[in-house]
Design a binder for this molecule. Structure first.
Ligand SMILES: [Zn+2]
Length: 422
């Protein structure tokens, strides 16, 4: 049964708008995991599942699941999903486009009485965005069995324990030590997501088929100088931590530009978080703390960057009057999407006459976590000016509908074509 791109646009638009209304009204669009707005968003999604007649549950990791059971005797399962949580003042499409397109595929299947040879589920993966507990992808990490005791027992700034929040929403964190038993039955996890970059829009391509998700590393850098009176300490007597920090900031940027031009693989480095102490106009900065966020699809480029950064820091420790320390604080390894699913996504898009391209993701996603334990694949659709994680984030409903058609085609191919799964 063909999926009509045109006639599904209004379904998609309505659902995106409805979820967009469920926000911290002061700070649109904000639906932070475990907040009141997040619970409201979940109850909206619960209603959507109910009206489609799906069986609803929350799994051990706190993911909300809407399940369509097959009438065949099988435990096999295909999952379509993304996330409805947002960053503060985020957008209406990051994550949401994937959940809504999954709902739309489900709606298509139910309206057309299509019997699949496997169970099909829509997942809202719990808390994909980086949160106050210093972790992201709570639900998908939980599925993969990598939410360890150290992470689960963390407290956020309000003193709330992560495991207690997951249990409160319906999870069971005692059972998260290993990949969830359900992973044995999963044939494929599929995700549609906005690109959050400009490649598809610039090249006028309908669908980006994701090949890999880069490694993400974070380093904290501390620069110790000496605070002092900005009027009395002469220029040659100073240990200004911010001046030294600024050298590191531009070094990181320039080195990343060079490395990203050297290979055609994705390489980016950013210092987006910085604390200056005491942060006062009349005091020489005595201490700077900042975080480097580094994302790379090439191990070599990552290593090369770390080598030159280490040299630069050693040089500054020798030549400046400040003391610099760098510490590794987080690492998520590079992952490749399932090769069969990549090919199938490409074939699906091409068979619908949609232009498509294989590409690397710049951002981390639930699918990266899932691909460690089950066959997983994802597609990108264009978003306006590449903007994301901001209120201006925008994607055309017609572009989401094209991606949804590809998602349906994937489910159809997995269901009714003889796929060689080797
Ligand atoms: Zn997202």
């Amino acid at each position: 049964m063909e999926f009509d791109i045109e006639s599904n646009i209004s379904f998609i638009e309505d659902k995106i708008n409805a979820l967009g209304q469920i926000t911290d009204q002061e700070k649109p669009y904000t639906r932070i995991v475990f907040s009141k707005e997040f619970y409201d968003g979940r109850s909206w999604l619960n209603d959507q599942f109910k009206s489609l007649g799906l069986s609803i549950s929350t799994d051990e990791a706190g993911n909300l699941v809407g399940l369509l059971k097959t009438n065949k005797k099988t435990e096999k399962l295909v999952i379509m999903g993304s996330h409805i949580d947002t960053v503060p003042s985020g957008g209406r499409f990051d994550g949401v486009a994937g959940v809504v397109s999954a709902l739309c595929v489900m709606n298509h299947i139910i309206n057309n009485n299509i019997n699949l040879p496997f169970d099909l589920a829509v997942y809202d993966y719990l808390g994909e965005e980086l949160n106050d507990w210093g972790t992201s992808c709570i639900g998908s990490r939980g599925i993969g069995g990598v939410l360890n005791q150290e992470i689960l027992s963390r407290k956020n700034t309000s003193g709330l324990v992560l495991s207690e929040e997951i249990d409160k929403i319906g999870g069971n964190t005692k059972l998260l030590n290993n990949p969830l038993p359900i992973t044995k039955n999963i044939l494929a996890c599929l995700e549609l997501h906005i690109e959050q970059g400009k490649i598809l829009e610039d090249r006028k391509i309908d669908i980006g088929v994701v090949r890999s998700i880069p490694s993400i590393s974070r380093f904290s850098v501390t620069v110790k100088g000496q605070a002092g009176h900005s009027g009395t300490i002469l220029m040659n007597q100073r240990s200004d931590a911010l001046v030294t920090a600024s050298e590191i900031i531009s070094f990181v940027n320039k080195s990343a530009i060079k490395l990203s031009q050297k290979s055609n693989q994705h390489f980016v480095a950013t210092i987006g978080k910085i604390n200056v102490h005491p942060n006062s106009a009349a005091i020489i900065p005595g201490l700077v703390e900042m975080t480097i966020d580094l994302r790379a699809t090439s191990k070599n480029s990552r290593q090369e960057f770390l080598n030159i950064l280490e040299k630069k820091i050693a040089f500054l420790n020798d030549t400046s009057s400040c003391n610099i320390n760098i510490k590794d604080i987080a690492f998520a390894p590079f992952v490749e999407m399932n090769k069969d699913l990549i090919q199938l996504f490409k074939n699906s898009a091409s068979s619908l006459g949609l232009s498509n391209n294989i590409m690397d993701s710049g951002a981390g996603h639930d699918t990266a976590q899932l691909s460690r334990v089950v066959p997983a694949g994802m597609i990108f659709i264009p978003c306006k000016d590449g903007l994301s994680h901001c209120p201006e984030e925008y994607a055309e409903a017609s572009d989401i509908s094209k991606g949804t058609a590809v998602l349906w085609k994937m489910v159809e191919k997995l269901a009714f074509q003889n796929i060689n799964k080797t």
